[in-house]
Design a protein around this ligand. Structure first.
Ligand SMILES: Cc1cc2nc3c(=O)[nH]c(=O)nc-3n(C[C@H](O)[C@H](O)[C@H](O)COP(=O)(O)O)c2cc1C
Length: 149
């Protein structure tokens, strides 16, 4: 058996962190997001992590502040936003990378569809968090001759 131990000094670069400033889910309430997340991101900045991933990044003022505090790769998730809106975040410099969740779930060939401007399957929220395969492995690809789910 061959083992490999990561050199300790490389480990931070293999780790990313996801933060959700002002995440309104599940009764979470934070009123001091500018102070709190500026302090947190400022403290994380020297660690040389692989990326900072922001979801519910708050207002664009906070996003800009966190962007300026973060020296590395910034990934952004805008829940529910159109792909074109997300792409603009990269084009206009608010993020280095965007992420997609439910559209990737609903479109197993998402990258191909984007490349060929094919229509996208709509995610079905009824199958989120379902615990089974339905809504996870049965969305059709664009070229799937078997058609609808
Ligand atoms: C079924 C499901 C599971 C999710 N699980 C997580 C999770 O474990 N951790 C997390 O940070 N976000 C989780 N999310 C949130 C997504 O990462 C993403 O932020 C959200 O779907 C909104 O972005 P989207 O429009 O790109 O999908 C989940 C979302 C869905 C629909």
């Amino acid at each position: 058996m061959v083992g490999y131990v990561w050199p300790l000094e490389d480990s931070a670069g293999r780790t990313g962190i996801r933060l959700s400033p002002g995440n309104p889910y599940n009764d979470i309430r934070e009123d001091d997001v500018h102070t709190l997340y500026s302090a947190l991101v400022g403290a994380l900045a020297p660690l040389d992590l692989a990326y900072l991933h922001l979801v519910h990044a708050g207002d664009d003022g906070l996003l800009g502040t966190l962007r300026s505090l973060w020296p590395g790769t910034l990934m952004l998730n805008r829940p529910g936003a159109e792909l074109s809106t997300r792409a603009r975040d990269v084009a206009e410099g608010r993020a280095d990378v965007i992420s997609v969740g439910t559209l990737a779930l609903a479109n197993p060939d998402l990258v191909d569809r984007i490349g060929s401007s094919a229509p996208l399957n709509s995610p079905d929220p009824a199958t989120f968090y379902g615990g089974g395969a339905s809504g996870y492995t049965d969305y059709p690809t664009h070229g799937d001759a078997r058609g609808a789910r």
